[in-house]
Design a protein around this ligand. Structure first.
Ligand SMILES: NC(=O)C1=CN([C@@H]2O[C@H](COP(=O)(O)OP(=O)(O)OC[C@H]3O[C@@H](n4cnc5c(N)ncnc54)[C@H](O)[C@@H]3O)[C@@H](O)[C@H]2O)C=CC1
Ligand SMILES: O=C(O)[C@@H]1CCC=N1
Length: 274
């Protein structure tokens, strides 16, 4: 049983919505309620339920103020460029005993602490939060207490596993696990495209590729073996897989991942700029 204090989620799109699903999971209780906001009434209406007060800015310009009042945790999940304006808007309404937790890529704790009086933490989850399989990095600012970190760890623990890292590492963590699901989906898309080019139907391509990714991930999860060992078991000496892997390695796959993650980290640094 996980018990969390009252929470407001400001910006309940892909990420905020995924975290909301964790709060609504069986075995999780939130004292004092859950309040969430969005820009449009259409999105807000879809999230409204007996357990969730869901407010839309387009109907009520004071929605963020109303959501924040009395909340112990204020989770900020709007786009990075909107974070400073949002914090300026709500600063006066934040409870003195509250904490602000931002999931925005790039936006630094110092920048946010300059705009609000309460402790600020950053969290970097990923979208498998929707199915309870997120990886979330959490970094605490200098105002945050151990109890604040524990609350945030428990919050993200409702949607998966949590790692505490210094803020200096969170952009790198984001480039690996925050963006990581997109790399996996891209690989799936590309292999499906290849299967189609080999003459399979779209449906056959999906069955082959998606079940191969799901099956390989499940095997990794349950076998206790390393990916390298599981790969070795597929790669018969002088067999067919060996030839395919040689091509992928010759094409510089590992250097490509280094460049891709460097690009993501550089973008996070750009987003940090005022
Ligand atoms: N999508 C992902 O995989 C991840 C996203 N993030 C971070 O999460 C944040 C949100 O990203 P997404 O969920 O992908 O975007 P999104 O566009 O799906 O959600 C943003 C939501 O904010 C709402 N919104 C806009 N202005 C608002 C305002 N003034 N007040 C309240 N709500 C407002 C919109 O209605 C929208 O639903 C970003 O800062 C991003 O860096 C972090 C980790 C992973
Ligand atoms: O693409 C982005 O900026 C966000 C941060 C990590 C995943 N999505």
């Amino acid at each position: 049983m996980i018990n969390l204090p009252s929470i407001a989620i400001l910006g309940t799109g892909s990420m905020g919505g995924a975290i909301l699903s964790g709060l609504l999971a069986p075995g999780v209780t939130v004292d004092g309620g859950i309040r969430v906001t969005n820009r449009s009434e259409r999105k807000a209406a879809a999230l409204r339920s007996p357990s969730v007060t869901s407010l839309a800015i387009e109907k009520d310009r004071g929605a963020n103020h109303a959501a924040v009042a009395g909340a112990r945790v204020v989770l900020v999940a709007v786009k990075p460029h909107m974070v400073p304006d949002l914090l300026r808007e709500i600063s006066g309404a934040i409870d003195p005993g509250a904490i602000v937790v931002s999931v925005a890529a790039g936006v630094r704790i110092d920048t946010m602490q300059a705009l609000v009086d309460v402790p600020v933490l950053r969290a970097m989850p990923n979208t498998p939060a929707t199915v309870g399989r997120a990886v979330t990095g959490v970094s605490a600012g200098d105002r945050a207490s151990d109890a604040d970190v524990a609350v945030v760890t428990a919050l993200f623990g409702t949607v998966g596993s949590v790692l505490e890292v210094p803020e200096s590492r969170i952009d790198a963590l984001s480039a690996i696990s925050g963006s990581g699901p997109a790399y996996v989906f891209l690989l799936i898309e590309e292999l499906e495209r290849t299967a189609f080019k080999l003459g399979f139907t779209r449906q056959e391509s999906r069955v082959m590729v998606e079940n191969t990714f799901l099956g390989a991930s499940e095997l990794l999860a349950v076998s206790g073996e390393t990916p390298a060992e599981l790969r070795r078991r597929v790669t018969s000496p002088k067999g067919t897989t060996e030839r395919a892997i040689e091509v992928l390695e010759e094409a510089g796959l590992s250097a490509l991942f280094d460049r891709a993650t460097d690009a993501a980290i550089t973008r996070a640094q750009e987003l940090a700029a005022p």
